[in-house]
Design a protein around this ligand. Sequence first.
Ligand SMILES: Cc1cc2nc3c(=O)[nH]c(=O)nc-3n(C[C@H](O)[C@H](O)[C@H](O)COP(=O)(O)O)c2cc1C
Length: 310
Amino acid sequence: MAELSHRALRELIEGFGGCEEYFTEMISAGALLAGGPFEKWYIDNGPAPEKLVFQLVGADSEQIARAAAFLDRLDCAGIDINMGCSAPIIRKKGAGAAWMASIDRAGELISSVRPAVKRRLSVKLRIGFKDDFDYLVKFCRRLEAEGTELIILHPRTVMEKFKRLARWDYVGRLKQELKIPVAGNGDIASAEDLLRRANSSCDAVMVGRAAVRQPWIFAAAQALSPKSTNPSSVPKALKALSLLETGLRFLELLARYQPPEFHISRARRFFGFFCDNLKWGNYLKNLMNREETLSGIERVWRGYFEEHEE
Ligand SMILES: Cc1cc2nc3c(=O)[nH]c(=O)nc-3n(C[C@H](O)[C@H](O)[C@H](O)COP(=O)(O)O)c2cc1C
């Protein structure tokens, strides 16, 4: 997730016991090839390169193929192509969800990226521009035929953005139509949700916003799972969960693993979700949004817990 799923968040999640795979925020193929000043931060594959999937966004298949070849040479678990981003600024360039407008164009993209990637090649997408399941199946079958190895479906249409609930039944139905695995994504709000979806008809579950609100969500789901009924399997970090400490730890990680130019925007993004754990969270977000330095944000964060010990 843009400005969210960088190394500092991954480190935080790893501290709670981790999850099976991490996806980077979308990396612009063009900016990566141009060698922009911040690219090294986008391609930081820590703390667990073997679990990291680089996600690429772009509109030009030749550029995406070259960027994919570059990333494929780094330690990682796979390369993912973003065909789901509905933000107008991305779509209008022909990138993100714009790929879903044409089966041929998307197929040609995968056919040019495939030879460049030795690792797992996946595509993250939405239902499409219309709520048309048959189109989605045709689209995904073409991606599969061109060598895509995993589809991650966020089952909303492009225009819905975050409106309505994600149509999880589409995940199971799509899985029936394809030979390759299908992961589902959307609206997981708790460890219970995560477990329920993981036990439903899909091959994997991707968690977005809830992994920022509750970086312990994967550990909590693990602990809830019938496979780990032994209470000693509840991670230590989870037993001693402190929101104050977690927020402070995130600030420390942010300072260590992101460039100063990104500190404020990333801190605001993170706390924009993390404050949802707190009573008066919106008020706190507003206070934080007025701060211009990480130390200012830390002062506001500590101040909240001094005022609200409960
Ligand atoms: C701030 C923000 C940034 C996002 N950036 C990306 C991105 O870079 N790539 C991507 O595939 N999806 C991105 N998404 C979409 C999420 O990956 C996910 O599909 C969506 O939030 C639904 O899942 P959730 O309900 O678990 O959050 C972003 C979402 C948010 C809220």
